[in-house]
Design a protein around this ligand. Structure first.
Ligand code: 13P
Length: 252
C-alpha cells in the first residue's frame, strides 16, 4: 500500500508573514481529521519563506519542501541554492523540473537529472514533475513525452539511491487553467510513468513508487482523483494558497 502524499506548490506567492498566517489558520483545520491512512502533507513555499514555514509547522505533521534547487554543492552560482543548504534549514522535500521551470527558466531533462541526483545525495525527497503540453497530447505523443522525460530524469540513478523518489504527473494543459485531467486520463498517464519506472528501476521499485497528480486539483475533484488506484496523491497549486481549500483537499 503506497502512502498518499498531498503537496502544496505555492509558486511565487506569499511573504513570510502570509506564510505564518496560513499555518495559523491551516493547522487547526487538519488537526483532528482522520488522516486517511496517515497521508503525508508537504508545503513548498518560496526559498524566502522556508524558514517561516518550518518554524510554523514545527509541532505538526506537515513537512516543508522547496520548489527548486541547484545541483552544485556551493560556488559562484549567483542566485542559486544547493540541496545541502535546503537540508541545513530543515527542508525535507524538493520539487524538481516543474513545467513552469522548463517553460520559463530553461530547465531541461538533463538539468532535471542533475538536480535529482543532488537532491537524493543530500537526503531530500525529490518530487520530479513530468507532463505533456496540449499539442503533444493532441498529436498522440503523451506516451513518448512521459517516457522520455522519465528516462532522462532517471539516467544513471540507481534504484537503491532513488528509494525516496516521488513523481508528479502534471499535464501542462491542466495547470492553472481550471481544466483537470479526468481521473481516467490521469490514471492512464500514471500507468505509463510506472511502466517506465519499472524499466529503469525494476518492478518492485515501480510498485512502491508514489505518483502524484497535479493540475487544477480542487476540493471538488480531489476525492475522485485520489480514488483512482494509480494516483498516490496530489501536487496542488492555486487551491493550496487558501488554508480552507487546502485543508479540504487534504481531507478529500
Ligand atoms: P494548479 O493547481 O494551480 O493548476 O497548479 C498545479 C501545479 O502546477 C502544481 O505544481
Amino acid at each position: 500500500m503506497r502512502k498518499k502524499l498531498i503537496a502544496a506548490n505555492w509558486k511565487m506567492y506569499k511573504t513570510p508573514a502570509e506564510t505564518r498566517d496560513f499555518f495559523r489558520d491551516f493547522l487547526p483545520l487538519i488537526q483532528n481529521h482522520d488522516r486517511n491512512n496517515n497521508d503525508e502533507i508537504v508545503v513548498c513555499p518560496t526559498y524566502l519563506c522556508l524558514d517561516a514555514a518550518i518554524a510554523a509547522a514545527k509541532d505538526s505533521d506537515v513537512s516543508i519542501g522547496a520548489q527548486n534547487l541547484y545541483w552544485e554543492k556551493q560556488g559562484a552560482f549567483t542566485g542559486e541554492v544547493s540541496a545541502a543548504m535546503l537540508v541545513a534549514v530543515g527542508a525535507t522535500h524538493v520539487i524538481i523540473g516543474h513545467s513552469e521551470r522548463r517553460q520559463y527558466f530553461g530547465e531541461t531533462d538533463d538539468t532535471v537529472n542533475l538536480k535529482l541526483k543532488s537532491a537524493l545525495e543530500a537526503g531530500l525527497t525529490p518530487i520530479v514533475c513530468v507532463g505533456e503540453v496540449l499539442e503533444e497530447r493532441e498529436a498522440g505523443l503523451t506516451d513518448d513525452v512521459l517516457r522520455r522525460q522519465c528516462l532522462r530524469a532517471f539516467h544513471k540513478v540507481s534504484a537503491k539511491k532513488a528509494a525516496s523518489l516521488v513523481v508528479a504527473y502534471e499535464p501542462v494543459w491542466a495547470i492553472g487553467t481550471g481544466k483537470t485531467a479526468t481521473p481516467q486520463i490521469a490514471a492512464d498517464a500514471h500507468a505509463i510513468i510506472r511502466a517506465e519506472a519499472a524499466e529503469s528501476f525494476g518492478q518492485e521499485f515501480a510498485d512502491k513508487l508514489r505518483i502524484l497528480y497535479g493540475g487544477s486539483v480542487k476540493p471538488e475533484n480531489a476525492h475522485s482523483l485520489m480514488s483512482e488506484e494509480g494516483i498516490d496523491g496530489a501536487l496542488v497549486g492555486g487551491a493550496s494558497l487558501d488554508p480552507k481549500s487546502f485543508a479540504a483537499i487534504v481531507k478529500y
